[in-house]
Ligand binder design. Structure first.
Ligand code: NAD
Ligand code: GLY
Length: 354
């Protein structure tokens, strides 16, 4: 097992990465603050892993809530099911919430933990590649609004992150590829050596070779933890973790939540950000092609869906947490491995979206 640390002073926490960690009660139990535990999961993950996770917490007063599965359920109404259970069970301020699932369950559980009785402890047990390399780390929690993705939320850090890589055995290839979009992101924004490693090891990674997978998750979490430690509340550098996301979120919202997977939308956004960077003569056309080749090898899309027209994209891009005083901010690439945050405008963006 490997242990990483997210270094945030009094809010620091460990990330444990290894196989079969869901059998290790002694690892997880010390992070439960009181006597009560609420496991939050969904209807797909429950039959696969809920019993195992219930066993981890069997010495506590443990209940579960099983949410419907899908990005389209990451909303206020479904979030309320968590609060209903907490209140029905008379769970107090010392309850610990456990997020068992992908990014949707993780973001919703974290947000519920941030809100319930003004804040209770929570543990992340991510079960998708995307959640293991990105969403379970860093404390961004929240839900979607019909008008904008992730627009309601809180920064709220977990007690620990337990990454059992064996849970990926049941994840389908489409979801696995979706996670790879966030993996390539780290290579592009800060870690050129990792980008090269991905190019050289993509075949092994797509076959889910255990060593390649473990290295990928660990290197991604290291990159993320470092950026988060520098700028927890995204007042500056953390924005770079949103490479491709302004375009991607517009696609997810515009198409209807759940139609295009988050990682797929991010991959399209990464291609657009690369083209934009080329337009500024920061990277070459050959490098844009190099990035697209890797995305396509990862079985990810790179083109905007035909249903999205340019004006709809632009309108949706204006509902983004990076917009300040009406100004769109984007993450571009100065080079492969070096991100730059820029202010942009509709005229410039139209050229890339054409
Ligand atoms: P998801 O949570 O919808 O999970 C994808 C699918 O895989 C779901 O159907 C789920 O039930 C299923 N699943 C999960 N684990 C499984 C397993 N082990 N075996 C079989 N099926 C499994 O999607 P996701 O890609 O994990 O997360 C996307 C969400 O994460 C988006 O809402 C996005 O906004 C959010 N996100 C948040 C952050 C953050 O920093 N908080 C970062 C990136 C993405
Ligand atoms: N996924 C973007 C962030 O955590 O900041």
């Amino acid at each position: 097992m490997e242990t990483l640390k997210v270094d945030l002073g009094t809010r620091s926490y460990p990330i444990y990465i290894g196989e079969n960690l869901l059998n290790q009660a002694a690892l997880v139990q010390p992070f439960v603050t009181g006597k009560q535990v609420l496991i939050v999961t969904n209807e797909t993950i429950a039959p696969l892993y809920l019993e195992k996770v219930q066993n981890l917490f069997s010495k506590f007063q443990t209940k579960s809530v099983i949410l419907p599965d899908g990005e389209e359920f990451k909303n206020l109404e479904v979030l309320n099911q968590i609060f209903d259970t907490l209140l029905e069970q008379r769970f107090d301020r010392q309850v610990t919430l456990v997020a068992l699932g992908g990014g949707v369950v993780g973001d919703m559980t974290g947000f519920a933990a941030a809100c319930y009785q003004r804040g209770v402890a929570f543990i992340q047990i991510p079960t998708t590649l995307l959640a293991q390399v990105d969403s379970s780390v860093g404390g961004k929690t929240g839900i979607n609004h019909p008008l904008g993705k992730n627009m309601i939320g809180a920064f709220y850090q977990p007690q620990c992150v337990i990454i059992d890589t064996k849970t990926l055995d049941t994840l389908d290839d489409k979801q696995f590829s979706s996670g790879l979009a966030e993996v390539i992101k780290y290579g592009l924004i800060t870690d050129f050596a990792f980008f090269k490693w991905l190019e050289n090891n993509i075949t092994a990674l797509l076959k889910r070779d255990a060593e390649a997978l473990k290295f990928t998750i660990s290197r991604s979490c290291q990159n993320k933890a470092q950026v988060v430690a520098e700028d927890e509340l995204e007042n500056g550098r953390r924005v770079i973790l949103n490479l491709g996301h302004t375009f991607g979120h517009a696609i997810e919202t515009g198409m209807g939540y759940g139609k295009v997977l988050h990682g797929e939308a991010v991959a399209i956004g990464i291609n657009l950000a690369a083209q934009f960077s080329c337009q500024r003569a920061w990277i070459t056309e050959a490098q844009v092609q190099q990035i697209n080749t890797l995305l396509e090898t990862m079985r990810l899309p790179t083109k905007i869906p035909p249903e999205m027209n340019m004006e709809k994209m632009l309108q949706l891009m204006q509902v983004d947490k990076k917009v300040i005083a009406g100004q769109i901010r984007l993450v571009l690439l100065k080079a492969i491995g070096q991100a730059e945050i820029v202010e942009s405008n509709a005229t410039e963006i139209r050229v890339v979206l054409k």
